[in-house]
Ligand binder design. Structure first.
Ligand code: SAM
Length: 275
């Protein structure tokens, strides 16, 4: 893709700007521009879309998103060392890349969207990735401000996101994602594709909002999943005792001898609605 967008190879960019990767910032850079294009393509058409990217780093994924025709990219990056490299991309695509220096966890993405069609695409820093995803899943208003999330995680986190009942990876994250979204793992990326290579395989997860999730209070759903999966090997009559135990389960018509990991998302919603 260096030839496609005319910008220099990422290795040169990293060297020129002294962007040695910092572990504390979850910096594992993806330098293969074919792979960054594959990630960006997973989000579908970007024509007329504003893309929010978290952690552009030296800009490999940013370049792919712009080359694939996103109307605008708004990228939030915590590491100020990356800003000069990103400014070169911004100069190459005038008016189409805005970089915000800051912490994505403290960024109000909904306000930034300002009613525009938005897709979120990111190779997330491992230490804040799950929290960012949860934040994007919790808005009171649903469907949310984003059309899709295309996110790279450690594979184990990806498995928890897409897990359904009777799967070892099923837990609070799987219930939340299953309730409000349709999620699938698009493809894996081996550690060797990154600089420096992380210890584990990564995976790209694509999520789209369910238009009409079963009506339910988020707080109550969180309460029942927290209690149920807090003691996942115990029967629900035991793990849900603080929330009403057998009486609650009776009201929701769920066998008190079952365990958390056997309940479907719809059954968790029923429990929450009976709280
Ligand atoms: N997008 C680049 C790529 O694919 O090569 C870099 C991805 S690297 C896994 C994660 C990036 O997130 C780093 O550039 C890091 O500085 C940035 N980052 C870490 N914590 C952040 C935070 N709280 N808010 C915004 N960016 C953050």
């Amino acid at each position: 893709m260096a030839a496609l967008d005319g910008l220099p190879p990422l290795r040169d960019v990293i060297q020129r700007h002294g962007l040695d990767a910092r572990k504390a910032l979850g910096q594992n850079f993806l330098l293969d521009l074919n792979l960054t294009q594959k990630v960006a393509r997973t989000a579908g058409s970007l024509e007329g879309v504003t893309v929010f990217e978290v952690g552009p780093g030296p800009g490999g994924l940013t370049r792919a998103i712009l080359a694939l025709g996103a109307e605008k990219v708004i990228a939030v990056e915590r590491d100020s060392r990356c800003l000069p490299a990103l400014a070169e991309i911004s100069d190459h695509y005038p008016g189409r890349l805005e970089v915000i220096e800051g912490d994505a966890l403290k960024t109000d993405f909904e306000a930034l969207a300002d009613g525009r069609p938005v897709k979120i695409i990111a190779n997330l820093p491992y230490n804040v990735g799950t929290q960012l995803l949860v934040n994007w899943l919790l808005p009171k208003q649903w469907p949310p401000f984003w059309q899709s999330l295309t996110l790279m995680f450690q594979k184990e986190v990806g498995e928890r996101i897409v897990a359904a009942e009777d799967d070892d990876h099923y837990g609070r994250l799987g219930v939340l994602c299953g309730w409000r979204t349709s999620a699938h793992m698009a493809f894996d990326i081996s550690p060797q594709a990154f600089t420096p290579p992380p210890k584990v395989t990564s995976t790209v997860v694509h999520l789209t909002p369910n238009e009409n999730p079963l009506p339910c209070s988020i707080d109550k759903l969180e309460k029942v999943t927290h209690a149920a999966f807090g003691q996942r090997r115990k029967m629900l009559r035991q793990s849900l005792k603080p929330l009403g135990g057998e009486a609650l389960l009776g009201k929701a018509e769920i066998d008190p001898q079952r365990r958390a990991e056997t309940l479907s998302v719809a059954e968790f919603v029923r429990l929450a609605n009976c709280l």
